[in-house]
Write a protein that binds this ligand. Structure first.
Ligand code: SF4
Length: 334
């Protein structure tokens, strides 16, 4: 069976400055495969500046890699034209962070649903369009009669985000890029939206790349995770293993800073040990903050396989089996 998506050694560098040219590496040598026959949810986690949003923009074809290729169902997405490009636009959908931004406040929310129906000619009549809207809204746990005809400001943030998911679902996508979909939604509604996304994968066969800075939500939705820092993969593997037993100093730092509910311990009582040193160009991206940095870390660390479904890019694990970037997907369970 062909792959749904392949990233082959994808890097993205932004150049800036007119007189003095400078560049920033936003994403560094990422390889990844999602299989077509096994819809999965993969979390990509990291702080701002880690390269998560660049990855989302690349996957949606909004920007092109500086090096490497992104292959969707056997075709390089930067070379898609005509009908193939239209099919890609329909099959790869996105849900973004701000559930309000996509709505036009002057139109009822149905507008957001009717536009893709018309653009992609999904219905032959108004009645069929309405049936499709009802079906998509019901699939994301909304009652169409509560939604159709309302204006965006009349709905909650959670309802608006579900409508965004319904809009994506209308197009029968194969891949959904969910970029921080619950970060602007009330905490009380997050779990139900994450459950909706999980249903899309389970019941509708949609693969999801879930992009987040929040490891607690990653834990609830995905089976596998990639932790990014300054554009590079720091740790990856089975979400349960990586979150319960993080090995990379950066993942540990992220986990330690989560305010897990623990009545015995006040949040912030536990000191997070880091150091701030000068960055080392070309070395480990985490060098300047790592409490365990060594001279060795001034050159980039390879990926080491620590367990069947856990890998970390860190010299602390020298001696373990070394992997190259292309083997990353072997450590991501579906
Ligand atoms: Fe720290 Fe060195 Fe590991 Fe980087 S490679 S995380 S600097 S110990």
């Amino acid at each position: 069976m062909a792959n749904l998506l392949e990233l082959n050694n994808v890097s993205k560098t932004y150049s800036h400055g007119i007189i003095k040219k400078d560049s920033t590496v936003a994403l560094r040598d990422i390889s990844l495969t999602l299989r077509e026959d096994e819809p999965s949810i993969l979390t990509v986690a990291g702080e701002s500046g880690s390269g998560k949003t660049t990855l989302a923009m690349l996957l949606l074809g909004f920007i092109t890699p500086t090096t490497g290729q992104i292959i969707y169902r056997g075709k390089d997405i930067s070379k898609l034209r005509g009908q193939e490009k239209l099919a890609f636009r329909r099959e790869v959908q996105a849900v973004f962070q701000d559930p309000f931004a996509v709505f036009n406040p002057f139109y009822t929310v149905d507008h957001l649903l009717t536009v893709p129906i018309k653009k992609f000619k999904l219905a032959k009549s108004k009645a069929e369009a309405r049936d499709k809207m009802d079906e998509a809204l019901t699939a994301v746990g909304l009652r169409p009669e509560d939604i159709i005809g309302r204006f965006p400001h009349q709905l909650s943030g959670g309802q608006r985000q579900r409508i965004n998911v319904a809009r994506a679902l209308l197009l029968k996508p194969r891949l959904l890029i969910a970029d921080e979909p619950v970060s602007m939604v009330d905490a009380s509604l997050r779990a139900s939206i994450l459950e909706t996304l999980r249903n899309l994968q389970r019941d509708h066969g949609v693969s999801i790349i879930y992009i987040t800075h929040d490891l607690t939500t990653a834990y609830h939705i995905a089976k596998s995770i990639i932790v990014l820092y300054r554009g590079g993969v720091m740790e990856a593997g089975d979400v349960e293993t990586v979150i319960k037993n993080p090995q990379h100093p950066y993942t540990r730092l992220l986990i330690d800073s989560i305010p897990w509910p623990n009545l015995e311990q006040r949040w912030g009582a536990q000191k997070i040990i880091t150091r701030e040193a000068g960055a080392v160009s070309g070395g480990c991206p985490f060098y300047s903050r790592c409490a365990k940095a060594m001279d060795r870390c001034k050159t980039p660390a390879p990926m080491y396989r620590l367990a069947p479904f856990q890998t970390a890019s860190c010299y602390l694990y020298e001696g373990h089996e070394q992997m190259d970037a292309a083997q990353l997907s072997e450590t991501l369970p579906v």
